[in-house]
Design a protein around this ligand. Sequence first.
Ligand code: EPU
Length: 417
Amino acid sequence: MDKIIIKGGQPLKGEVKISGAKNAALPILFSSLLTDGLNEYTNVPVLQDIESTKTLLTSLGAKIQSEKNRVQIDAKGLNNYEASYDLVRKMRASILVLGPLVARLKKAKVSLPGGCAIGARPINLHLKGLAKLGARIELKDGFVEASTRGLKGAIIDFDLKTVTGTENLMMAASLAKGITILNNAAQEPEIIALADVLNKMGAQITGAGTHKIRIEGVPCLNPTLVKIIPDRIEAGTFIAAAALTRGNILIKNCEPDHLTAVIEKLKQTGTKIIVKDKTILVQGSEHIGSVDLKTMPYPGFPTDMQAQFMTLMTIANGVSMITETIFENRFIHVSELRRLGADITISGNNAMVKGVKNLSGAPVMATDLRASASLVLAGLVAGGITEVRRIYHLDRGYDRLEAKFARLGADIKRVRE
Ligand code: EPU
């Protein structure tokens, strides 16, 4: 198992290029199941979750070729409708096979993902939506079994905003008969990216990016060529890192429009941020101001940036109240940050962070993807040595994060334990 060793204290300086977005790439790769020709995807990030997706798609009969950031998928040979427990437990986003499989093969058997470190994360809304489209859903022996004689368009009112739920139903409804309306749909840029891809394949989707999406089903979809959008959470992580280390970095190949809430919040801390075209220049301030934060569905501040922002607040001047509204257990980084000297008190879904002068290095353990990122950030600014263990969580969703930090001047390396 690898670990990351960081000697903190170097301000980050230089330029960094943002990779393709994990959470856009995953549903888009799964959308290849909706057609039986050769799809090609570029700007695909190099991540463990992408590898897990490829393994799952291959197990279903898809043929895949990939080289660096280019992935070709042909699902002509799709012949298996079962996603096994072993594959699904490695990556919750595997549930995104459900919509495409039911739409294309009229049946699916997908292991229930179960909870994960950040919360229970049920999939009831995916299932309720599919049932409305005419799928028979049964839960048996830890699997969801779905079957249909043919999906039919319907009006689906989501009880709450769900990103992968919206994506699953958008994919399923694309091949359903008639019109589907998704009310209270998630509005993330990754939803728009998936709708764009499906439309390029011949789907009839309007309204993606708003809370109401209209999908007119078509009999079949065609293969396509797609470039994955930049990862807004990776970009946000670098913004936070520059602010934290009082660095000066130019973030390239990003989409600043997807980061409005993050940029606004970071500016409130005193960080200087200049947006120009597809770049963001970040200049950290000596005086980091304390700011309160509440996570919200897009366009609000993303839960996937909460842990990184909390790390910044650990060394801010004053007290910050951080409220997590999306997941019930997304403060798992707190106990590890405390080991580095952070002063954080949790009460329900609120974390009160009292800024301290300095963090000091220690061995810490990564517990989920964004928590890992927050610990690496803390290590960049802590005095002495920080060792971040169990970084397979980090590798699930960041494309060579430590190499990118090293190029910005950080004293950071990956070693085998
Ligand atoms: N929820 C339900 N029932 C459902 C679906 C969701 O109660 O059927 C609840 C969840 O438990 C949660 C809330 O709704 O409390 C929002 O969950 P959502 O479904 O939107 O999350 P997700 O689709 O499982 C995606 C990202 C996450 C990101 C969340 C929120 C992907 C592959 N994953 O998850 O990304 O945190 O949206 O923005 O797109 C990450 O990248 O680190 C990550 C966890």
